[in-house]
Design a protein around this ligand. Structure first.
Ligand SMILES: NC(=O)c1ccc[n+]([C@@H]2O[C@H](COP(=O)([O-])OP(=O)(O)OC[C@H]3O[C@@H](n4cnc5c(N)ncnc54)[C@H](OP(=O)(O)O)[C@@H]3O)[C@@H](O)[C@H]2O)c1
Length: 262
């Protein structure tokens, strides 16, 4: 991957919104690398996206984004620049689950997965022409408890745990934006909209927007020329919105520090 073509990674790439984002990037001529944990679903998504966009430059890697070593292993073999990273994968099981390393799975996937992808792939994005990281967040966010990020002392509730992770994503967007500014990497958070998906069904709602509508704001954040150099901001339905979570810089820094311990 050493030519001048722009390359993008999309995580959760066979999910409802992830596939629509990947299709949108492929349609704009990006080399797109699909990441998910099921090889056959990745291969099928690749075929679909290539057929829909006439862009054959689609690759995929199967890995579990809740596991640091798997992310690191992909980064270790990565060659060439990366222009766009879309952290999109998320999960919300109804019953508390843990990774083999013993980390609560929503925190591991929805927060640490984004954190590790950013940490390990940012070095491939430094000082390029307009590199951007887009964290797919949500307006459905809040109640983050820095003393119990893994629901060890509170009763686990998947909706509460999900909202906490989505607050964390918006906080980490601010934390990474600050750190990556000098490397010329922008970091933005985007609420995609309400789309029917495995995830939304687990949260107990259907969703009324098409996946393409859901993909529109993440794609806008990733590619709109007017957002060049804009970083650390939160967008919903194609517009910037003030993010109360990013403003609490003490909490933002504490969360970043905690994520670094894992
Ligand atoms: N749908 C909505 O209305 C809505 C609203 C606001 C925000 N969002 C956000 O939009 C993003 C996409 O969600 P979606 O609605 O498109 O849900 P989705 O269809 O369930 O997609 C989520 C994707 O993440 C993947 N994933 C989960 N855990 C993984 C892991 N450990 N390793 C690798 N991949 C993993 C899933 O793969 P598996 O199928 O194998 O689990 C799936 O492909 C999420 O960040 C979500 O929070 C969605």
């Amino acid at each position: 991957m050493t030519d001048k073509k722009r390359t993008a990674i999309v995580t959760g790439a066979y999910g409802a919104i992830g596939k629509a984002i990947a299709r949108g990037l492929a349609g704009k001529g990006y080399r797109v690398v699909l990441i998910g944990r099921d090889a056959s679903r990745l291969a099928k998504a690749k075929e679909e996206i290539a057929a829909d966009t006439a862009n054959e430059d689609i690759q995929w890697h199967a890995l579990d984004l809740s596991r640091k070593e798997e992310i690191k292993a992909l980064a270790d073999k990565w060659e060439g620049p990366l222009h766009v990273l879309i952290n999109n994968a998320a999960t919300t099981p109804r019953i508390r689950e843990q990774t083999p390393e013993g980390i609560e799975i929503q925190f591991a996937t929805n927060v640490l997965g984004y954190f590790w992808m950013t940490r390990y792939f940012a070095p491939f994005m430094e000082h390029l022409n307009d590199a951007r990281i887009v964290n797919v967040a949500s307006y459905w966010a809040g109640d983050l408890n820095l003393n119990d990020l893994e629901f060890e002392t509170r009763p686990y509730d998947n909706d509460l745990a999900y909202r906490q992770t989505k607050q964390a994503v918006r906080m980490l967007t601010a934390a990474f934006a600050k750190r990556l500014k000098e490397k010329n990497i922008s970091v933005l958070a985007a609420h995609p909209g309400d789309v029917a998906s495995k995830l939304s069904n687990l949260l107990g709602y259907g969703g009324w927007e098409a996946a393409e509508e859901g993909a529109a704001t993440p794609l806008y954040c990733a590619t709109d020329p007017g957002l060049r150099g804009v970083s650390g901001r939160y967008f919903t339905h194609g517009r910037e919105e003030k993010c109360p979570f990013a403003r609490d810089s003490r909490a933002v820094e504490k969360l970043f520090e905690i994520c670094s311990w894992y």
